[in-house]
Ligand binder design. Structure first.
Ligand SMILES: Cc1cc2nc3c(=O)[nH]c(=O)nc-3n(C[C@H](O)[C@H](O)[C@H](O)COP(=O)(O)O)c2cc1C
Length: 230
């Protein structure tokens, strides 16, 4: 039993969740007949719509990769840019992190966005390309000193002994940056998820969800689009 979040005594978790069906609100309509021939422009349109609707952090989504044992792994990452023409979604990460190692071994990923205020999901799948070192370095230098110091302090996801020890490493990295602002973390990498499938899902209060999936056999091929049963 759990305390009811609305102060209505106690209940089961399942009971509390049953009282709160997802997407139980007015959501925008999506007419796939008016959709563009390629997914990039539609994604940008939906992303700008999410920004206009004040969705918090709409540029953050879940990037899924696969480890050496074939086990899926997933984490939130910030979208840095969209190559709408080439259907590329860009993120930046440490090549010396679990996701970086997974991508080095299997350069493929899925990226899932959900914008609750609009009831919209976008699922992107494809191969992952790594940018040239000078592009990665230039992107690194656009970051705040705090973000650069964190990346310079050591490999992401490595265990630390204590937060106090980490604070000391951060302070040392900030001091090194102050002396040499051109420092670049060696593993900092810009990745592009080059889509071969992109699905747009518009939720509906009455459960008449609309799904439109774009597919192409390879990065140089044209797109086809199909409606899917929700
Ligand atoms: C809102 C949000 C945004 C994040 N953005 C990034 C990001 O852009 N790059 C990144 O490396 N990690 C980002 N993280 C942290 C990752 O989710 C993850 O914890 C980290 O990258 C380590 O992942 P890994 O151990 O699978 O390599 C973000 C986390 C959150 C909650």
């Amino acid at each position: 039993m759990v305390q009811h979040p609305d102060g209505l005594g106690t209940g089961t978790v399942a009971g509390v969740l049953r009282e709160r069906p997802p997407m139980d609100r007015e959501l925008p309509a999506f007419d796939p007949a008016g959709a563009p021939a390629a997914p990039g422009p539609l994604f940008v349109d939906w992303l700008l719509g999410a920004l206009a609707a004040r969705v918090p952090d709409p540029q953050v989504g879940t990037v899924s990769t696969v480890d050496a044992d074939g086990l899926p792994d997933a984490r939130m990452l910030v979208l840095r840019d969209v190559d709408a023409e080439g259907a590329g979604w860009l993120f930046a990460a440490d090549a010396d992190s679990p996701k970086g190692r997974q991508l080095a071994a299997r350069p493929a990923a899925a990226w899932t966005f959900y914008w609750p205020q609009l009831g919209r999901q976008v699922r992107i799948r494809g191969r992952v390309e790594t940018a040239a070192p000078e592009v990665c370095a230039a992107e690194f230098l656009t970051r705040s000193p705090a973000a650069r110091a964190a990346a310079l302090s050591g490999p992401q996801s490595a265990p630390i002994d204590s937060l106090a020890g980490y604070d000391a490493e951060l302070a040392a990295a900030l001091a090194r940056l102050a002396e040499d602002p051109s420092l670049v973390a060696p593993g900092h990498t810009v990745y592009t998820l080059r889509a071969t499938a992109v699905e747009f899902w518009q939720g509906d209060r009455a459960r008449r969800h609309v799904r439109l999936r774009y597919d192409r056999p390879g990065p140089d091929a044209g797109w086809t689009a199909a409606l899917l049963r929700p």
